[in-house]
Design a binder for this molecule. Structure first.
Ligand code: UTP
Length: 226
């Protein structure tokens, strides 16, 4: 069975509006695709993580302690997504990619959050994709693809259908300036590029688009590949 890792942005899990309804629909999509694909989901922390990190910083916590708060937030988000999937998901949150990989392949969706201080959940997604030999990483975010410039600031910004690994390297190297780091975490990007695993950047709130991305069908977002 083909394996797919979904990096699910925190803002998608907790969108602020009809969260439960959205998660329930998302769970239906995941249940359906999990009959044909081995799906792994890595959940981001979103505003919950930010809240704890900002408050912890006011309390003079160390960077490692703040990262740990962030990791805990990603894990509680993962637990929420598990509850939405009910018996279709493994009902424990793995704390390492090794554990996640070992739990996979049982016809159930594996859902996790962060692992190690100093990383991000994009980085975890990349490490997991390498570990299980995934065919692709779906980066489900609040934007619907990779743009030539920040579309909120620049009206002439245009979405790429496809960019190469080389172009991604240049973007993450800073040539495109602020905002491009949102495409994918640079450490994670290195791992997927080394393994030649394509990244599909899609709007996480668009469930039809998300399903197409998991299935490897044509998307309206951006494909990043070799
Ligand atoms: P995210 O992966 O959601 O952070 O993890 P991010 O990439 O900064 O968030 P977005 O995508 O822009 O919304 C939340 C926080 O949890 C900690 C980090 O502090 C991170 O900022 N974290 C997460 C870790 O330290 N290690 C991990 O493996 C994952």
């Amino acid at each position: 069975m083909e394996k797919v890792v979904v990096s699910l942005g925190g803002s998608i899990i907790i969108p602020d509006d009809r969260d439960g309804e959205f998660l329930s629909k998302f769970a239906s999509v995941l249940s359906k695709v999990s009959e044909e694909f081995e799906v792994y989901v890595v959940c981001g922390g979103g505003k919950i993580a930010r809240y704890y990190i900002v408050t912890g910083r006011e309390l003079q916590a160390t960077e490692d302690e703040l990262d740990d708060l962030g990791i805990q937030a990603t894990r509680i988000n993962a637990r929420l997504v598990q509850l939405a999937l009910k018996s279709r998901a493994i009902q424990t949150v793995p704390t390492t990619v090794e554990e996640a990989a070992a739990l996979g392949g049982k016809g159930k969706v594996v859902i996790m959050g962060g692992t190690t201080p100093g990383h991000t959940t994009d980085g975890v997604s990349a490490a997991l994709a390498e570990k299980v030999g995934a065919s692709r990483v779906v980066n489900a975010t609040s934007v619907d693809g990779v743009y030539t410039a920040d579309p909120r600031k620049d009206k002439s910004a245009r979405k790429y259908d496809r960019i190469s690994f080389q172009q991604l390297r240049e973007m993450l190297g800073g040539k495109h300036g602020a905002g491009s780091s949102h495409v994918f975490d640079p450490m994670g990007a290195e791992i997927v590029m080394r393994n030649k695993i394509p990244i599909l950047v899609v709007a996480g709130r668009d469930l039809a688009e998300m399903e197409r991305a998991i299935r490897g069908q044509r998307i309206s977002g951006t494909v990043i590949d070799g």
